[in-house]
Design a protein around this ligand. Structure first.
Ligand code: FMN
Length: 217
């Protein structure tokens, strides 16, 4: 079995990547005696675009029906993921939504499996379990007030249509810099940020671990 985490952050060892690794640790823990491998795919290491609307994936009788035909760095990744036993997506929030890199990746991953029939049915080779981890600067109450959840639910509903309903978790009020005093950041109280980080981030790590434990039933 193989479970992949897709890191939609450009940073490989900050909030999103850390939580994704905790989730993969949880997957391993839940596997117990089952053979299970895990891998993080860092999207910012890869050269690719979003969907180019070529519709090769929908061409009747075409060699790429149900598959993305674009031959860039994502091509091989999509091949691997088609046989995955679980997918965990992770993204920082940029201007109220997931990063452009992850959005482009999702277009490439999901659109070929969406059939333009009466029911908009889906044809992935496997309906694997999925999860989504979001990290963001805003505190939880602000996230709830300013409509972020509507955006997240819309993204999750597309993943549900194609694969399965994602387990979801949020990490709020994240630490953006190692040292706030080195950056123009008077919008934030470093003291309050540091206090939140100390108490809440370990809890978020535990939540991510449990999400991983619960991914594969
Ligand atoms: C370009 C950019 C845009 C951002 N926009 C938002 C935003 O709209 N809302 C928010 O809560 N945080 C925003 N943030 C903060 C990040 O989402 C947050 O620090 C995140 O946890 C960073 O994840 P990382 O540590 O994995 O890179 C933004 C950060 C950057 C760099």
């Amino acid at each position: 079995m193989k479970v992949y985490a897709i890191n939609g952050s450009p940073r490989k060892n900050k909030n999103t990547a850390t939580l994704l690794q905790k989730a993969l640790d949880g997957v391993k823990e839940s596997a117990k005696d089952k053979e299970i491998e895990t891998e993080i795919i860092n999207l910012y290491d890869l050269n690719y675009t979003g969907c180019k609307s070529c519709f090769a994936c929908k061409r009747l009788g075409g060699t790429s029906y149900g598959k993305c035909a674009i031959k860039d760095d994502i091509y091989e990744v999509l091949e691997k993921l088609s046989q995955a036993d679980g997918l965990i997506f992770g993204s920082p929030i940029y201007f109220g939504t997931i990063t452009g890199q992850l959005q482009s990746f999702l277009e490439r991953l999901l659109f070929p499996y969406l059939v333009y029939d009466e029911n908009y049915s889906s044809i992935p080779p496997k309906k694997m379990p999925t999860a989504f981890i979001y990290t963001m600067n805003v505190p939880e109450e602000v996230m709830n007030q300013i409509g972020y959840l509507k955006t997240f639910h819309r993204i999750e509903s597309v993943i549900e249509r194609i694969f399965t309903k994602p387990l979801a978790m949020y990490s709020n009020n994240t630490y953006q810099f190692d040292d706030y005093s080195k950056y123009k950041s008077s919008a934030f109280s470093e003291e309050a940020k540091a206090a939140h980080r100390k108490i809440q981030f370990p809890l978020d790590c535990q939540k991510a671990f449990e999400l991983g434990v619960n991914l594969i039933k």
